[in-house]
Write a protein that binds this ligand. Structure first.
Ligand SMILES: CC(C)[C@H](C(=O)O)[C@@H](O)C(=O)O
Ligand code: SF4
Length: 467
């Protein structure tokens, strides 16, 4: 029984029905909730007098609206306070475990799931959030779903889904110094396009992902959706099992060995068949910076902003629009672009290894004058661990603000926002127009190390030159 990918194995073992629409009914092993996309789903349950089918498989956290500066209740923003209260009521009424601020376990949903050992290989995971693909780092299938699907999963534990093809993305060779998982995924999206992954699950394979630690794999899988792929995953290996072992929701004692045997069995067979295979070389990847308004519009930090005419025809209009919005000229070097704000955080790059990497760049250095710089740990646990290592002191000494956990200015559904046409160097995953709270604001996506370097220089700079 060989020749199957992880995607196909996990998919097949979770199909519980064929639907008249031609879709499959897929059982969902773990359902994660946050405050933004769940209220209407709970309202629908109330209206139909339904309960939650699998409350023990359902967990909630609060991340998008939480202020990261002053987290005392009531929140200063009445809308945030209202959304918090609504979530508190829903989890109470429906008997759902909630990682509240008081629990000490709160954080961005895609940081918290893995951190608590909820995310495990071979699982189907759903969350009303597009970056649920993050969980694929563990060899699970993480589906970002909409509000009506949240309702369905709450009420039935299942989801109506169209199958996906599988594209294997192999990156072999070694990465250069300061070339990070963020650069790898920005590079892949640049090459395959933001819509290139439509209809596909992305399987990341080859030396680069095998050598990558779990947090790096999460960074890569997180942005699968930015490349158009509904899910992205890395086959589970010893690193995966080591990461999970001992965490709160990890299998214990005898159940552990059984789980590991099962987890090993879900990895893609060596002779698995793929719908597509693409290959890149790790040596070709540089620290990347976006210059436009999609995560695909990026260049290596040594590069120049492209001439729209040099791009594929279907990309030209968007490039023109991006240049207008960003106020950049074709041919202009990306290095040297002045910045106003430096943000380290988000479900892409708000984990301990990201904070360590940024802190190592900042140690003994100072943020350039006039730059607003802040670090927002992905979870309360990340914050505690970083503080135990003294990372907060390095950030504060450098001139960064040290915040509480949340999504912060990644999406600006809270008090952190760009003003006017400010430019941010951001370790997050989306640079869409208006994304960071100002319609004319501008976002340059890059790795946390590159954000740190930009904060120090006051402009985009090659972190390799800082030494
Ligand atoms: C608010 C939520 C629905 C949204 C998502 O689905 O991704 C947000 O997390 C984002 O990053 O844009
Ligand atoms: S950190 Fe950003 S990308 Fe991640 S869930 Fe929050 S808003 Fe979405």
């Amino acid at each position: 029984m060989a020749r199957k990918t992880l995607f196909n194995k996990v998919w097949d073992s979770h199909v519980v029905g064929d639907l008249p629409t031609g879709q499959k009914q897929l059982f969902i092993g773990l359902h994660l909730l946050h405050e933004v996309t769940s209220p209407q789903a709970f309202a629908a349950l109330r209206e139909k007098r339904l309960s939650v089918a699998f409350p023990d498989r359902t967990f909630a956290t609060v991340d998008h609206i939480v202020p990261t500066d002053d987290q005392r209740r009531p929140f200063s923003d009445p809308l945030a306070e209202k959304m918090m209260q609504e979530l508190e009521k829903n989890v109470r009424d429906f008997g759902i475990r909630f990682f509240s601020l008081e629990s000490g376990k709160q954080g961005i949903v895609h940081v918290v799931g893995p951190e608590l050992g909820l995310t495990q290989p071979g699982m189907t995971i759903a969350c009303g959030d597009s970056h649920t693909s993050t969980h694929g780092a563990f060899g699970s299938l993480g589906f970002g779903i909409g509000t009506s699907q949240i309702r369905d999963v709450l009420a039935t534990g299942t989801l109506a889904m169209d199958p996906l093809g599988v594209r294997r993305i192999e990156v072999n060779g070694a990465l250069g110094t300061f070339v990070t998982p963020k650069d790898v995924i920005l590079f892949i999206i640049n090459r395959l396009g933001v819509k290139g992954g439509l209809g596909f699950a992305y399987e990341y394979a080859g030396d680069v992902f095998e050598d990558m630690d779990m947090e790096g794999r999460m960074t890569v899988c997180n942005m699968s959706i930015e490349g158009g792929a509904r899910v992205g995953y890395v086959n589970p290996d010893e690193k995966t099992f080591d990461y999970i072992k001992g965490r709160e929701f990890a299998p214990k004692e005898d159940a552990w060995d059984r789980a590991v045997d099962y987890w090993k069995s879900v990895a893609s067979d060596s002779d698995a068949e793929y719908d597509d295979i693409v290959r890149f070389s790790g040596e070709d990847i540089e620290p990347m910076v976006t210059w436009g308004v999609t995560p695909g519009q990026s260049v290596g930090v040594d590069g120049c902003i492209p001439e729209p005419a040099s791009l594929e025809e279907e990309e030209r209009d968007l490039a023109e629009l991006a240049l207008r919005h960003m106020g950049f000229k074709p041919g202009q070097k990306i290095a040297g672009t002045p910045i106003d704000v430096a943000f380290i955080g988000s479900c892409t790059n708000g984990r301990l290894s990201d904070l360590r990497a940024a802190a190592s760049v900042l140690k003994g250095r100072k943020v350039a004058k006039g730059i607003k710089a802040f670090v927002v740990p992905g979870s309360m646990e990340v914050k505690r661990q970083a503080e135990a290592e003294g990372l907060h002191e390095i950030f504060i000494d450098a001139g960064f603000e040290w915040r509480g956990a949340g999504c912060s200015i990644c999406l600006a559904m809270n008090t952190d926002r760009l003003k006017g046409n400010q430019i941010s160097a951001s370790s997050s995953n989306r640079n869409f127009i208006g994304r960071q709270g100002s319609p004319t604001g501008r976002t340059l996506l890059m790795s946390p190390q590159m954000v740190a370097a930009a904060a120090v220089a006051g402009e985009v700079m090659d972190v390799r030159k800082l030494g």
